[in-house]
Ligand binder design. Sequence first.
Ligand code: NAI
Length: 338
Amino acid sequence: MRIVFFSSKPYEQTFFDEANEKFGFELVYFTHPLSRHTALKSLSADAVCVFVNDTLDYDVLSALQRQDIRLVVLRCAGFNNVDLPAAEKLGVRVVRVPAYSPYAVAEHTVGLMLSLNRKIHRAHNRVREGNFSLEGLLGFDMHGRTAGVIGTGRIGSVVVRILSGMGCRVLACDPQKNNECVQLGARYVSLPELYAQSDIISLHCPLDCDTHYLINAAALAQMKDGVMLINTSRGAVIDAAILVPGLKSGKIGYLGLDVYEQEGDLFFEDLSNEIIQDDVFERLVTFPNVLITGHQGYFTEDALRNIAQTSLANVHALEQGQVCENELTATVLRGTCR
Ligand code: NAI
């Protein structure tokens, strides 16, 4: 079994090589992304292993199918970058890693909240320059504040647990109630109620047809003035066009992003010698109350080890003709996505 990796980085190769000692697959690491262009090259592969910003639309999947590549191995949880109905039609199977460490993303999420609230990133820069003034660094107690969590699945429920532990009043919104969150004291409410009451809003739903631009101008208008908005889910859950005006007016008091709709052109690469063309992104990083990380929520050694082990175990299961519980079919698409 020859598996060709796209968008591969040295830091993950170590974990895949280690996990592969058990399986003995042939692993080939390409650093470039999978796209319409690269999928046309002869890959001589049995499977491709891809990450969050690789494209798996109809054209790419057809190009893979023409090379008799019938397996796409997602080394991530989200699958919004895959045209699942097309894959099914073309007979290309898709597996993913649904849960590798919800703690990694949840802890990073709360890290963004705390950094923004207590301005730790700004304080660090000041102290390095010998500026010990506290002017502008005033924060608030998280204890007693209302936090709204949208999506209480694997990651959102850990966020609920951490925030409950800090003494926040937690409101939740999810079409599927999570009993663990209820037991922790979270109250399930409608989106308008969550928007109206929350001091902090954190997004943990998948990106699909129902959640695309969930946070748009109409949603923002229902939120408290000075709301803290945190997104570690997928970029397009927020309409990026509302962010700069929202920050300029003070409606958004704090913005923490680990994901960004156009991140495919930016994240995971060193662009420090380039002129970044995305004007919205460039404006966002100039605000003192904005903190952006480049899709690193998942980035812990525990998560990378789990990703590698589960990805290869998924391939092994299918190779052995076993049922793989991490296989995706188009039936996972809800509502209007179908
Ligand atoms: P999950 O599938 O366990 O939970 C998602 C929850 O969202 C489910 O309970 C579902 O019912 C709920 N949901 C679906 N539609 C909703 C809606 N319209 N409103 C409210 N809730 C809704 O997923 P998991 O593993 O917790 O991942 C959550 C998000 O985090 C996904 O978007 C995923 O892509 C993203 N993610 C981000 C990472 C990062 O490094 N920043 C790493 C891993 C995942």
